[in-house]
Design a protein around this ligand. Structure first.
Ligand code: SF4
Length: 352
């Protein structure tokens, strides 16, 4: 039995074994990985692609990640912060067109303390009772995560970016702790969030070896969601002259993640769509099953720039759900506005 056979039989692979899967293209060609990954996805979720409404609600951030256009040292970034009313109204508009998941994403903006953020989550919960609320607001204390969970947040995205400690230290300033990031992810899982981890592919100093560490970490953590996108340099960061990550390696990794975590919710990311014109559909063909159109008010949408040339297409924004569903249909997928919970999370909901 080869290594993919072992994974499919439920085995945990070592880092070295993951390295073989990633690097041995003769034994594990892209086409084979893609075909296995999409059959696994189809057997669990069918051809459904879950459509989430993304609200990028603050571009302020206290951190200084070397790869990110929102880093605090970037004095050229145009900063904005939506008010609670604007965020709520974006969700209510999204709800009225049928969206049942909202992803509230922002930098680590200390204005959004626990009091403000929990109040906002409660208001969204009240206005959109059957919608899933996903937060993506970085590292916080266990107490803060608990309060957010209790106020009604269902899911939390926190990409680990790399599971190799030395690599992490080359992408982040000393003030940021690799251990704390991993600990945050474990805490989120423990508190019952459907938890999302994920990494950039092709970031500076990365290698197939660091990706193997990512796979070993993901197989151990078993997050419900995994976000994977190619590294794309931003001109106002220390990595401005670095090469963009490979789209084909990103797609290969996406298939490998689907095989390792069969029921994961995996977005076909905006970074993929930015890196290649067919990137979003290619991501779905590689095994993804989520897309996150932007429902941020259009005046602010262009200011949330994690990397250069971010794809900001009005056609593919939340206002144009019918067009998005049609595009998915033409590619052989069924766009779904439902909550789209992780299958295990649905199984865990007590039935009376
Ligand atoms: S990656 Fe996130 S935490 Fe880091 S600077 Fe950008 S917004 Fe802030």
């Amino acid at each position: 039995m080869d290594l993919i056979g072992k994974v499919l039989a439920g085995a945990t692979l070592s880092r070295q074994e993951w390295l073989s899967v990633i690097s041995d293209r003769a034994s594990y060609p892209d086409a084979r990985l893609r075909s296995i990954a999409s059959s696994i996805r189809d057997s669990i979720y069918g051809r459904k692609v879950f459509i989430r409404g993304l609200v990028e609600f603050t571009s302020f951030c206290r951190n200084d990640c070397y790869y990110c256009g929102l880093r605090r040292s970037n004095s050229r970034a145009e900063r904005y912060r939506l008010s609670a009313e604007e965020i709520l109204s974006a969700c209510i508009n999204g709800y009225s067109i049928g969206l049942r998941t909202f992803v509230l994403q922002g930098g680590e903006d200390m204005y959004w303390d626990d009091g403000r953020l929990t109040a906002l989550v409660r208001e969204i919960r009240e206005a959109c009772p059957d919608a899933a609320i996903t937060l993506s607001v970085g590292e916080r204390s266990e107490d803060s995560y608990r309060k957010l969970r209790q106020s009604g947040a269902d899911r939390y995205l926190l990409r680990h970016e790399t599971a190799d400690a030395v690599h992490y230290s080359k992408l982040h300033p000393l003030s940021m702790s690799f251990q704390n990031r991993l600990e945050c992810l474990r805490t989120l899982k423990r508190l019952g969030f459907q938890t999302g981890a994920g990494m950039m592919v092709g970031s500076p100093f990365s290698s197939e070896d660091t990706l193997a560490s990512d796979m070993a970490f993901l197989q151990d953590l078993r997050p419900e969601m995994v976000g994977i996108g190619p590294f794309i340099p931003h001109r106002d960061t220390p990595f401005r002259d670095e090469m963009m990550g490979s789209v084909s390696l990103t797609l290969r990794m996406l298939s490998i993640v689907r095989i390792a975590l069969p029921s994961a919710l995996i977005p076909s990311t905006t970074a993929l769509a930015t890196a290649s014109s067919d990137g979003q559909i290619d991501g779905l063909d590689a095994g993804a099953n989520v897309i996150m159109p932007n429902i941020t008010p259009s005046t602010e949408r262009r200011k949330y720039l994690l990397y250069d040339n971010k794809k900001i297409s009005e056609e593919e924004a939340g206002e144009n759900i019918a067009w998005i569903i049609e595009k998915l249909r033409m590619a052989g997928y069924e766009g779904s506005l439902e909550r789209g919970d992780h299958v295990q999370a649905i199984a865990d909901i007590p039935h009376s």
